[in-house]
Write a protein that binds this ligand. Structure first.
Ligand code: ARG
Length: 303
């Protein structure tokens, strides 16, 4: 007979007097990758020409050739993992257009476009809208409220997590629910370094029938109420450290098995490896000068 230890620290076997280590309720399932379709934009005109987040320092020198090499490597990484990468043509004068995630939220082939908070980025939304139109997306709606798309919206397979606090208007959350027809859960971001949801949280494995999604996040990036919401929805989440979040480690992309993340996020890589995922490191040091990482450069086109 054993006496359960509710804190999960082990249990005492009363016959032998030995402490028995806790066995996880369900052993980690096999992590199966699913082929994805991504949209990316080469950093041809990338620079730090304005500062709209704490990562952007005016006067910082960007090595554009190196940014391009890092971007190419990210693209090749996806292709090597079996994913399809579509490419949109970059536009001069739009240095942040490389951050494709901000220009659309696509679920079940339905597209909700973007409306940027910063006037410097406003024109990007129309270029992406046109791309959707020319590439077979029939159902494209442009938002009325400020909406930075997958920067602040994350699909978990069952609900759409929606960030607000710095960029996306909370009213855009209701708009997303109505347009995409999926349940939306609002989350409030409180740390200006983590100004978008996709630098504070990512989905490791999507949920499905009878299976809850697995996410990783930095609790301190969220308001106390949102932290309670996250704990309630995702009791077994990977909780990242400040150190891993501070290299934009949470701006990661998972296909259900492989987790593409910045090479500095070594602690997070160990944590996800312990849950059965395979970390795949990429160098995003140039793109980080604008506050972006792998996920920012990647919009998922969900059929
Ligand atoms: N410089 C860009 C901005 O501040 C970075 C956007 C990063 N994208 C993202 N999905 N978090 O808007």
């Amino acid at each position: 007979m054993t006496v359960a230890d509710v804190r999960g620290l082990g249990s005492l076997d009363q016959r032998s007097g030995l402490t028995v280590l806790p066995v996880p309720a369900a052993p980690d399932e096999p992590r199966l990758p699913r082929a994805r379709r991504y949209l990316m934009c080469p950093p041809e005109y990338f620079e730090v020409a304005y500062a709209i987040n704490p990562w952007m320092n005016l006067g910082v020198v960007v090595d554009r050739a190196e940014a391009m090499r890092q971007w190419q490597e990210l693209r090749r990484t996806y292709e090597r993992l079996g994913h399809t990468v579509e490419v949109i043509t970059p536009e001069p004068g739009l240095p942040d257009m490389v951050f494709a995630a901000n220009s659309g939220t696509v679920v079940d082939g339905r597209v909700l476009g973007a409306r940027f908070r910063a006037p410097e980025r406003a024109a990007e939304a129309e270029h992406y809208r046109r791309w959707f139109g020319e590439n077979g997306f029939r159902d494209v709606v442009m938002p009325a409220c400020t909406n930075e798309a997958e920067g602040d919206f994350t699909w978990t397979g069952s609900v759409l997590l929606a960030g607000t606090g710095f960029r996306t208007d909370p009213a855009a959350h209701g708009e997303a629910q109505e347009v995409l027809g999926v349940p939306v859960v609002s989350l409030r971001l409180v740390d200006p370094r983590y100004y978008h949801l996709d630098v504070a949280l990512f989905v490791l494995a999507e949920g499905g029938p009878g299976r809850s999604p697995l996410v990783a996040y930095l609790p301190d990036a969220f308001s106390p109420g949102s932290r309670r919401v996250l704990a309630r929805l995702f009791p077994d989440a990977v909780l990242a450290t400040e150190q891993d979040a501070a290299c934009l480690g949470l701006n990661a992309v998972s296909d259900g098995r492989h987790v593409v993340l910045p090479l500095e996020a070594t602690g997070l890589a160990d944590q996800v490896a312990a849950r059965g995922f395979e970390p795949v490191f990429v160098d995003v040091s140039e793109l980080r000068k604008s506050g972006g990482g792998p996920k920012c450069c990647t919009m998922e086109l969900r059929a």
